[in-house]
Design a protein around this ligand. Structure first.
Ligand code: ADP
Ligand code: MG
Length: 703
């Protein structure tokens, strides 16, 4: 392989700051920068110039088309390509791209989910340029990251509310920072580094599995003799084929300015992880969408398929996405970094409290922000954080908070009286030893790691809720403290506030084993935390009064948008499971039952070919297998009929809430029963007759 010049390669397909500075005049550049950095409305004349330069750059890089690239509520990204060509009248063409085309695009919204908004509002939607996320070239197309809204301004995508939530936290964090005299801070930003897990399997085997093709996960399959029990895959040597793939993946991501940094094998066989360096949340969200797309594309080139599903294989760890999140100022201060002076420490503690309170008050929103049919298989399955949301702080911080709560000296390395703003806090070092992987929401030194996200989720949903909830705590603190700002009452008011928050929200703090049965009991029965096990349980809470009030107060969603989103997410859940159910029926009726039947016939013929009864009776293997398989086929038939009936019954449900409850209570259990019988039959049937590649083959095929 030729040697890569990474600095030259990096961002080469992005119309980023470097290109802008080189190609735009000083005035235009500064005006655009102001739009990007301070959210100032873009001047139309400026847009015209930017569009022209962007087009020239794109054509130099081989682009022929442009598209407004957006994230509708389907979960994947959407693009509608237009070519640059404009007829000149003499049979020729010109390459055109106007400021108007850059800023705004028309799009027929009617085929994207709108969850009822379509009925109330116009079917047409429009896409609007998000200048804070740079345009890039992919497949000869200039992609312009955009927001997607209905004509009446209702968001139909994930980017719009994400940007709104970033503004919400900016507004409230600034109020709080100004209380501490940080008047120089003009802007506060949230950053995210999402760690992406995925599986790689051989393309040929993938093509043979109907379930993988239709649903992205295996719906059947008994455990292979070897799974992940040896822990020999985690951080193990990367296989040559995978390492070739990773090399190309990195190159492609770097070209798009994506800061792909670490890559390693994960716990399960065939499972891997990619982590980028963190960046501003909406860019991180765009980059993660792109990363998921590019991983799949590059895998295909290497004869493999990348599975982004949260639980592609039963009995093997699923895939998640760790959302490393922090808040920092435009003056370069990470608000979750404990400071050097007493004042900085008090500020740090207040921001820490804001997060603790937010997670406690809006557990349900955080839980439902990661709820999908796929992720339901992980959360609470003793391999991923539980469905119960709690916060891990580590010994040192917990000790400090307890000292404040109980008005006692903190007995860390040295004894310190915890009088805020007067004494320096003990310096707590970054706790890099946090390997309590069982916590869904862990403080890891200078950031929080929200670990409940599913591998195929857009990170937008989780960050919308997180930003909004923290903005809400900060709003309350600012309301309370602003009246005493600059007076001698400030210190004690601050101290009382922090003490009160710690006391009231103590229940959300938990450093123990989140996988244990005892925790479920304690969390739900003693602490009163919510345990929303499925999407059907979690999603309706989006409509709870307190949630609607907070989200509208923070201007993250309108009430109509909240209702539409709830409906769309539940629809997605029902549709996903419905397709899985139908796929199971198809596989059982067309392939599994006929295959078992054929094998039974072979066995029966073997017995039949014996001449005497005594000889026949000696066919112990054949006879016992026939007995067991006959029982199993009977059970398979009964349960496939039950599943068919349950699926047919869905249409009698009167609304989406009833349908999703039926999916949870009837379809999923029927699917699991059916699977049990088929997997048992797989153990008894000759591999020669089994119609689908086994787990062993799927998981250990890529060398
Ligand atoms: P881990 O121990 O979980 O591997 P790392 O320190 O390697 O943690 O970081 C994992 C992810 O967290 C990376 O994507 C990294 O860029 C991101 N990250 C690190 N610091 C921050 C921060 N201050 N804010 C947001 N994300 C961060
Ligand atoms: Mg991590």
């Amino acid at each position: 392989m030729e040697k890569l010049n990474v600095p030259e390669l990096f961002g080469s397909m992005v119309f980023g700051d470097r290109e802008m500075r080189e190609r735009l005049s000083g005035d235009v550049y500064r005006s655009l920068r102001k739009t990007i950095d301070e959210n100032v409305r873009l001047d139309e004349k400026v847009a015209e110039v930017v569009a022209e330069e962007m087009k020239k750059w794109a054509i130099e890089k081989g682009a022929t088309h442009f598209t407004h690239w957006f994230q509708p509520l389907t979960g994947v990204t959407a693009e509608k390509h237009d070519s640059f060509i404009e007829p000149t009248g003499d049979g020729g063409v010109l390459m055109e791209f106007s400021g108007k085309e850059l800023i705004k695009g028309e799009s027929d919204a009617s085929s994207f989910p709108s969850g009822g908004l379509r009925a109330t509002f116009e079917a047409r939607g429009y896409t609007a340029w998000d200048p804070t996320s740079y345009a890039f070239i992919k497949d000869h197309t200039l992609c312009i990251p955009t927001a997607f809204c209905s004509y009446s301004g209702e968001a139909l995508d994930k980017k719009t509310p994400l940007l709104r939530s970033m503004q919400a936290i900016n507004r409230q964090a600034l109020r709080v920072l100004h209380l501490f005299g940080n008047e120089d801070v003009k802007h506060v930003n949230t950053s995210v580094g999402p760690e992406q897990e995925y599986f790689l399997i051989d393309q040929k085997l993938f093509n043979q599995r109907t379930d993988l093709i239709y649903t992205g996960r295996t719906l059947f399959g008994c455990r292979p003799p070897k799974g992940q029990e040896m822990d020999d895959h985690y951080y193990g040597v990367i296989k040559p084929r995978v390492s070739c793939f990773m090399e190309e993946l990195n190159t492609e991501l770097w070209k798009l300015g994506i800061l792909a940094k670490t890559e390693h094998n994960e716990v399960a066989p065939a499972q891997h992880e990619l982590a980028p360096i963190y960046t501003t949340t909406n860019i991180a969200a765009d980059h993660n969408q792109l990363t998921m797309e590019i991983i799949q594309k590059v895998a295909k080139k290497h004869g493999m398929v990348c599975l982004l599903h949260e639980k592609p294989f039963a009995g093997v760890n699923g895939s998640g996405k760790h959302n490393n999140w922090s808040v920092s100022t435009d003056t370069g201060v990470n608000l979750f970094s404990p400071g050097e002076t007493p004042y900085e420490n008090a500020q740090f503690l207040l921001f820490l409290c804001a997060v603790i309170q937010a997670v406690d008050d809006y557990q349900d929103l955080l839980r439902l922000s990661v709820a999908t049919a796929g992720n339901d298989h992980r959360l609470g399955a003793n391999e991923a954080p539980p469905a119960i949301i709690s916060v891990f702080l580590g010994d040192e911080l917990t000790g400090i908070l307890n000292a404040i709560k109980n008005d006692v000296p903190y007995e860390g390395v040295e004894k310190v009286q915890m009088k805020l703003g007067v004494h320096a806090l003990p310096r707590f070092f970054r706790d890099t030893t946090d390997r309590n992987r069982t916590s869904p929401f862990a403080f890891t030194g200078n950031k929080f790691e929200f670990r409940s996200l599913g591998s195929s989720n857009s990170i937008a949903c989780a960050n919308i809720m997180l930003n909004a909830a923290v903005a809400e705590s900060l709003r309350q603190y600012a309301d309370e403290l602003e009246p005493v700002k600059g007076t001698d009452k400030f210190q004690s008011a601050l101290h009382d506030l922090i003490k009160r928050v710690i006391t009231e929200h103590q229940r959300i703090l938990f450093d123990g084993d989140g996988y244990g049965e005892e925790w479920v009991k304690e969390a739900t029965e003693v602490r009163g935390l919510s345990n929303l096990k499925t999407t059907a349980d979690a999603m309706p809470h989006l409509l709870d009064r307190k949630n609607v009030e907070m989200l509208t107060r923070q201007k993250v969603f309108s009430e109509a948008e909240i209702h539409s989103r709830c409906e769309i997410m539940l629809e997605n859940y029902c549709k996903t499971v419905n397709i899985e159910g139908l796929t199971m029926v198809d596989m059982v009726r067309k392939d599994y039952l006929p295959a078992i039947e054929e094998y039974l016939y072979t066995l029966a013929r073997a017995v039949d070919s014996m001449k005497s009864v005594s000889e026949k009776l000696k066919c112990r293997y054949e006879i016992s297998t026939i007995e067991k398989l006959t029982d199993l086929t009977d059970n398979i038939l009964t349960s496939v009929e039950a599943l068919e009936e349950a699926l047919a019954g869905l249409k009698n449900c009167k609304d989406i809430f009833e349908t999703s409850a039926a999916v949870r209570d009837k379809i999923l259990p029927s699917m699991s029963t059916l699977r049990g019988y088929v997997d048992a039959a797989e153990m008894l049937t000759s591999a020669k007759y089994w119609p689908y590649p086994s787990y062993g083959k799927l998981l250990f095929s890529v060398q």
